[in-house]
Design a protein around this ligand. Structure first.
Ligand SMILES: [Zn+2]
Length: 118
């Protein structure tokens, strides 16, 4: 069983993009309920909030990007961004680590959580 790791920045970006689509979809659903203004208003509000949330997530990515370390992936030799102690390459999903202690160890996303807790 091969576990698939994806780059965090890419993951968040995908999430933000799907939020936009969900927001548009909810607002579109609101148009179906034109005859019931209350439902339409609620759906429009929720959809609008989803789009606002995605904007905030995009802003958050921008903030996170300043904290990432640019490295050249040893596997595909493309420049990639590493966020946290362990992350995957943006292009080939090769697990990468910033911590010498973790080098050679099996890739585990939990290393990031532990580092924030202690
Ligand atoms: Zn790579």
């Amino acid at each position: 069983m091969a576990l698939k790791y994806t780059n965090k920045i890419n993951k968040i970006r995908t999430f933000a993009l799907s939020l936009v689509f969900i927001g548009i979809l909810i607002m579109y659903l609101g148009l179906i309920f034109k005859s019931t203004p209350v439902v339409m208003t609620i759906l429009m509000m929720v959809g609008f909030l989803a789009i606002i949330a995605s904007t905030l997530v995009y802003f958050w990515i921008g903030m996170l990007s300043t904290k990432t370390i640019q490295v050249v992936c040893p596997s595909c030799e493309k420049p990639t961004k590493v966020l946290g102690r362990v992350d995957a390459c943006m292009h080939c999903n090769q697990p990468l680590t910033m911590d010498k202690e973790l080098e050679g160890k099996e890739f585990n996303e939990d290393y990031n959580k532990k580092s924030t807790q202690s």
